[in-house]
Design a protein around this ligand. Structure first.
Ligand SMILES: Nc1ncnc2c1ncn2[C@@H]1O[C@H](COP(=O)(O)OP(=O)(O)OP(=O)(O)O)[C@@H](O)[C@H]1O
Length: 625
């Protein structure tokens, strides 16, 4: 532990204790966000200690070894004093053996302590990271989007690492020096209770200032976390939308934005460093004042004959070590409180109530695939205006229903509710007459497959992307799914075929290829209900045709298809059309009726700018037969 902390020492005084210490404060390490006020030192500190509880045995062992190590160090001066006597008596063995044994045991104890503490903190960090990651998975998608990817990623990775770094730096040192301080003080009290009492009386004066500094730095830590997260947000967003940034020649703009956010973060860090330095110097001066006070009082006691000169010298030697220990404790106390500050945002995140209703238990072997939306209302968090206003809709088993609407009508929001990404504000969603939340989560995902408007792929092979979430599928099954959507041809033309890596977010594929892979991924599950959100927007002609055939063939197998589209021409191919506008269902019925010239929807289409979209040619290929 001392060794770990002494990895980057910045000696500030020539005392033996100081040589082991003082890495600079956390320049550039604070990240994340926080309202420190929300939890407070005690709450976060207690929870931080509780997070170490699974390691309680190791911690106890480490602390026991620390105490032994401190006692060992205390004994060294004693034996050094005796050594000269033993050498004078030519008893070299008695002089050397205790020193060798003490030196060896001290080194071994220190090593074991280091191993215990480093391992304990590392395990605690990964445990915290796992918990935050699990908490993220339980959160409402809209809220996570509102938080921003940078902020959420910071919670999972950097905050927990900061806590570990700060704890690793401060906690082990503090504990070690605390043990050492107690031993030293006991010896001082044994030598001169009066001078020890004076030392104790002066201590609170020394502690007050660093405590105030500690509070300030603790409050600063969440602000630094927030500032850093805001900078990360720009970086993450820019890297994700690099092509857009380039095509708008906005490289300088995003660089300036990033620079500005980094500046905010740096100005907070500068404040933190300034307070660290002030704290360092004030604690140094306070310790010096304590030494002077004791020297003066000790001189008076010697003059009065209460204490011998020898005892005063011995006491002063121990007291110097003691003040060094206090200096270290004062110096690292703010770092410890900063770790507590960094942990506040993590705990705040862990405390968030999961908004997605818990999974039910229903998993019937037979499912009709009858989906009903009953008077469904929905508003996004922080938005007053509802996006869906009393939507009632039915998708019958084996039916191909088109949900037609202009941009912003609420189509994707409706799909997100069916996927249970959000909960309706009011109303019910039923599957075969049972509310969606009563079904087992994994069962529901198998039975209701959704291909979103902008499907995301993972940085894995094509095989792994198509079989994602379906368990260990064979290559034949994956190939068959790809063939059904016309993706097999382009995949086999790639150098590594199905083993080709698609890059981050599937960035090494075209938009149409990504869409085809996403549809294959959905079909592989053989769902009872297939929901396609603007699925043909990027598909090539061959894939479009195959996907349409697939949808029509699905009817024979009793699979229901909900086809979400903004194009009347595509909606005309469904069996039934439901028209959504302004979050309300305006009209429902067969395409011939809904899209006929002069109908209510026909007039709406004129407003949306889709004149002639329902021409004969379009309707001729309608999938009714
Ligand atoms: N995460 C969100 N937070 C707040 N408002 C949102 C969010 N997502 C969508 N909205 C709003 O909800 C409304 C409906 O959006 P939605 O994406 O459901 O429409 P859509 O019919 O699918 O549009 P498009 O055809 O363009 O995809 C829009 O006004 C949009 O601004």
């Amino acid at each position: 532990m001392r060794g770990a902390a002494a990895a980057s020492p910045q000696p500030m005084s020539d005392s033996p204790v100081s040589e082991k210490l003082r890495p600079l404060p956390g320049i550039g390490i604070g990240v994340g966000v926080g309202s420190g006020a929300a939890m407070g030192t005690m709450g976060a500190g207690r929870r931080l200690l509780l997070s170490l509880s699974p390691e309680s045995r190791r911690c106890a062992a480490g602390m026991g070894l620390m105490a032994a190590s401190a006692l060992g160090e205390m004994a060294v001066p004693y034996y050094m004093g005796r050594a000269s006597d033993w050498v004078a008596r030519e008893d070299e063995l008695a002089a050397i053996l205790p020193m060798v044994l003490l030196g060896l045991s001290s080194a071994v104890t220190e090593l074991v302590c280091d191993v215990i503490f480093v391992g304990t903190l590392s395990r605690t960090q990964s445990r915290l990271q796992r918990r935050v990651f699990a908490a993220v998975l339980r959160q409402d998608i809209a809220e996570l989007r509102a938080d921003g990817a940078g902020d959420v990623a910071t919670r999972v990775t950097r905050d927990a690492e900061d806590v570990r770094e700060e704890l690793g730096e401060a906690l082990s040192l503090l504990l070690w020096y605390l043990a050492r301080g107690i031993c030293l003080f006991a010896t001082m009290a044994w030598l001169s209770p009066r001078m020890a009492l004076l030392t104790m009386l002066l201590l609170p004066l020394l502690l007050a200032l660093p405590r105030a500094m500690g509070r300030f730095r603790q409050g600063l830590a969440p602000q630094m976390q927030k500032a850093h997260a805001r900078a990360s947000e720009v970086a993450v967003e820019t890297f994700q939308a690099m092509a857009t940034v380039r095509s708008f020649a906005n490289e300088d703009g995003v660089a300036a934005c990033y620079r500005q956010r980094l500046q905010q973060s740096h100005s907070l860090e500068k404040k933190d460093v300034a307070f660290y330095i002030v704290n360092l110097w004030t604690s140094g001066f306070s310790a010096l004042a304590l030494k002077m006070g004791i020297l003066y009082y000790g001189g008076q006691l010697v003059a009065a004959g209460t204490v011998s000169t020898g005892d005063l010298v011995t006491f002063l030697l121990y007291q110097m070590q003691f003040t060094d220990v206090i200096e270290v404790l004062l110096c690292y106390y703010p770092t410890l409180t900063k770790a507590v500050g960094s942990s506040e945002k993590i705990f705040e995140f862990l405390d968030r109530e999961p908004k997605v209703a818990p999974s039910g238990t229903m998993a019937p072997s037979e499912l009709q695939g009858h989906l009903q939306l009953e008077d469904v209302w929905f508003s996004y968090p922080g938005r007053q205006e509802p996006v869906l206003k009393g939507v009632s809709l039915e998708l019958h088993p084996g039916e191909v229903l088109a949900l037609l609407g202009p941009p912003g009508a609420g189509k994707s929001t409706l799909v997100a509710l069916v996927s249970r990404l959000h909960q309706p504000t009011a109303g019910r969603l039923l599957l075969d007459g049972h509310p969606l939340p009563t079904y087992q989560h994994s069962y529901l995902c198998r039975q209701v497959a959704v291909v979103p408007q902008e499907p995301l792929l993972f940085a894995r092979s094509l095989h792994d992307n198509i079989s994602y979430g379906s368990g260990g599928c064979s290559r034949d099954q994956v190939t068959a799914a790809a063939r059904r959507v016309g993706a097999h041809n382009f995949i086999t033309r790639l150098p590594q075929g199905y083993d080709t890596e698609v890059g981050e977010l599937g960035g090494q594929l075209s938009g149409g290829q990504r869409q085809a892979v996403a549809i294959a991924r959905a079909l592989l599950r053989d769902p009872r209900i297939l929901i396609l959100d603007e699925h043909t927007s990027a598909l090539d002609a061959e894939s479009q045709q195959q996907v349409e055939q697939e949808m029509l063939a699905a009817r024979g197998k009793g699979r229901a298809v909900l086809m979400v589209t903004g194009r009347a021409a595509l909606a005309a191919r469904a069996q039934r059309v439901a028209v959504l506008e302004g979050g309300e269902v305006r009209q429902q019925g067969p395409p011939d009726e809904v899209l006929r010239p002069g109908s209510r929807t026909w007039h709406l289409l004129q407003d949306w700018g889709q004149k002639g979209a329902t021409g004969e040619g379009d309707r001729g290929s309608r999938g009714e037969g």
